[in-house]
Design a protein around this ligand. Structure first.
Ligand SMILES: [Zn+2]
Length: 242
């Protein structure tokens, strides 16, 4: 934590590997540090300037489990609930992006009549297919609300553009909980981005990135590294894209 808080700290020079038995709290320690980092960045830079990708969580395909996604998403839900009632944490929502490849999450939103690359797996098509037959795969790889645990249904997903329902030309796949008592139901959407296009536009604070194998960077991770390094420019574009 000292290394996170202080850019000059000696810990910045160190990369360490954490060995611990299953159930020992590795993920909790990691998520705790992630939360500390995200909140500190908001507190230190008021306003939109502290928005942008803050934490990259990298996973191999084998280790990317629903449980891991759900726990990280629950943390972001908690941060966002806190931010919504605390102006010190900034005006831009805390969000989690699932940037885990087209097999798990759609790369593009798609639109009515779209016949280009990936036309069968656009977010629009996957959402419409799931809404008409919920035995088909859901458009994102999380099956239940990360905040209250209610299972997602065909009524949990909305194709939207500029805050309105727009199934023909959507810009966002909005996810809401169907439990009316949940924090993230009704007017309030879950802070979860499951499609690449909105991820590039909104630059979520917490980004889960899948990589193919240890020691090999894939293109998306390299792009993400660049995005982090040039945070100032990206935050500006994010602001415009809002
Ligand atoms: Zn819920």
């Amino acid at each position: 934590m000292r290394g996170i808080a202080c850019p000059e700290h000696d810990d910045r020079e160190m990369v360490d590997l954490l060995f611990f038995p299953t159930g020992g709290g590795k993920t909790e320690a990691y998520l705790g540090l992630a939360a500390f980092t995200m909140v500190l960045r908001r507190l230190r830079n008021a306003g939109i300037h502290s928005a942008g990708v803050t934490v990259l969580m990298r996973y191999t395909l084998r280790l990317l489990t629903l449980d891991q996604l759900g726990r990280a998403a629950a943390l972001v839900c908690a941060l966002e609930k806190e931010r919504a009632s605390n102006p010190k944490l900034g005006e831009w929502p805390f969000e989690i992006g699932l940037w885990v490849g087209s097999a798990a999450t759609p790369n593009i939103m798609g639109f009515k009549g779209y016949k280009g690359a990936g036309a069968q797996v656009t977010a629009r098509k996957k959402t419409i297919d799931f809404k008409s037959d919920d035995k088909k795969p859901a458009p994102i790889p999380i099956v239940e609300c990360p905040w209250c645990g209610t299972k997602f249904t065909r009524d949990s997903f909305f194709l939207m553009a500029d805050g309105k329902g727009n199934p023909d030309f959507p810009k966002d796949l909005v996810v809401k909980c169907v439990n009316p008592d949940c924090e993230y139901s009704g007017d309030k959407q879950l802070p979860v981005l499951g499609v690449d296009e909105p991820i590039y536009r909104r630059l979520p604070a917490f980004l889960i990135v899948r990589f193919a194998s240890m020691g090999r960077e894939n293109g998306s991770t390299l792009r993400a590294r660049r995005a982090l390094r040039s945070g100032r420019i990206l935050r500006t574009s994010r602001f415009k894209g809002r």
